[in-house]
Design a protein around this ligand. Structure first.
Ligand SMILES: Cc1ncc(COP(=O)(O)O)c(C=O)c1O
Length: 388
């Protein structure tokens, strides 16, 4: 990323003089520092145009390049096959709860869901309300979403229009994974049923085989950018499936519209797309997904080791531990509060668990440096000694 030195020094100094905390937020999450610094430059003037990225026309040459670069880097990272489209849409991952069934399900069809967490619950419930034959091949509510099921635990009903699951459960800290943390693809008994995956909280954190999926979606604000755009990777034959299903949808509701308009049928979220482009280039510059995965496994292991030392209790079963969101509790809720308050004083922020789980949650997305994981693990050890 070549920096443009046209912004006044005072402007840049003011921005970088504040010490940054280790940000363990579950999302919007930490960004790579190089990306934030590049944004600072390009907000002022991008590519020597004298116009900041947020002020450029979405139909101009400058944004043409931003979009093309973002798409090509995104494609390169995961070798996205040529029969898949990469789209940047709005409405967050939550809007996909509506778009996916609208586009992929016929009026009387069911979709099948693996309900492994809070967001997966919402996705199922929304679909069920509109497509009542939809069902859960797995329901993890009774076991408090402590793990992701094995293939033998799945109970399939009628052949669905698609199967939906969430690869990483942000709120419960579980992940579909093999022992080495690599991607585990639940086995589906029908070869011709598209698999739809919500990868909002672990997209591009480890190698993956895109061809296993019909559609992948991810809110950008955790691993691949900032809030405002949702990344969609969709197999081309699904783009206008709604037509084959004899459904009449509004223009903006169809994937075909966004594909035809190359993510700018209307004014797109230009700045978030630009940031995603920078993050994709950063991932490539770090060595790509294999390097990301190795680093993420090392980072997560540092924190899980501190949990396993005894004082803390982790939420996830060990075979489903997420490398992205790490949940644990102190022996009492009062100690959780004390932990979070003292960690903040020590430069570690956004550690409060979600209201549905309580406790502490450390989100350690791609951009969290190893030093952040070492800092919290050291703090955990010291805190346990003082309060054990
Ligand atoms: C796995 C997962 N799915 C969906 C969502 C909802 O995303 P959005 O706020 O972009 O709609 C989140 C947000 O945290 C998430 O973690």
């Amino acid at each position: 990323m070549a920096a443009i030195a046209s912004a006044p020094a005072s402007f840049l100094q003011a921005m970088t003089s504040v010490k940054r905390a280790f940000n363990f937020s579950a999302g919007p999450g930490v960004l790579p520092e190089e990306v934030v610094q590049q944004c600072q430059q390009d907000l002022w003037s991008i590519d020597g145009t004298g116009i900041g990225i947020m002020e450029h026309s979405h139909r101009g040459k400058t944004f043409d390049k931003v979009l093309a670069d973002a798409e090509s880097a995104c494609r390169k990272i995961a070798n996205v096959p040529s029969n898949y489209k990469i789209l940047f849409v709005t409405g967050g991952a939550t809007t996909q709860n509506e778009m996916v069934p609208k586009n992929l399900l016929g009026a009387d069809q069911a979709a099948a869901f693996l309900t492994t967490g809070y967001w997966a619950e919402k996705t199922f419930e929304e679909c069920k309300a509109h497509f009542p034959k939809s069902y859960e091949a797995w329901d993890g509510r009774a076991t408090k979403h402590t793990f992701c099921p094995s293939d033998s635990e799945l109970t399939w009903g009628e052949k669905p229009g698609y199967v939906h699951y969430c690869s990483n459960n942000t709120i419960y800290g579980t992940q579909f994974r093999h022992a080495d943390g690599s991607f585990r693809y639940p086995s589906v008994p029908w070869n011709d049923v598209p698999v739809v995956c919500d990868m909002s909280s672990d997209i591009y954190s480890r190698p993956l085989d895109i061809s296993k999926f019909g559609l992948i979606y991810a809110g950008a604000q955790k691993n691949v950018g900032v809030a405002g755009t949702t990344l969609i990777i969709i197999r081309e034959d699904l783009l206008d499936l709604h037509k084959k299903l004899n459904k009449k949808l509004f223009t903006m509701e169809t994937y075909a519209t966004h594909a035809k308009g190359e993510s700018r049928h209307n004014t797109p979220p230009a700045f978030p797309i630009y940031v995603s482009g920078l993050v994709f280039k950063w991932i490539l510059s770090q060595g790509g997904l294999a390097a990301m995965h190795q680093r993420n496994m090392e980072k997560a292991a540092i924190i899980y080791k501190a949990i396993d030392a005894g004082f803390y209790k982790g939420h996830a079963r060990s075979d489903s531990r997420s490398a992205m969101n790490i949940l644990f509790k102190c022996p009492t809720p009062e100690l959780d509060d004390k932990f979070i308050a003292e960690a903040l004083k020590n430069g570690m922020d956004q550690l409060k668990g979600h209201r549905s789980t309580g406790g502490v949650r450390a989100s350690v997305y791609n951009a969290m440096p190893k030093a952040g994981c070492e800092a919290i693990a050291q703090f955990m050890t010291d805190f346990a000694k003082r309060n054990g």
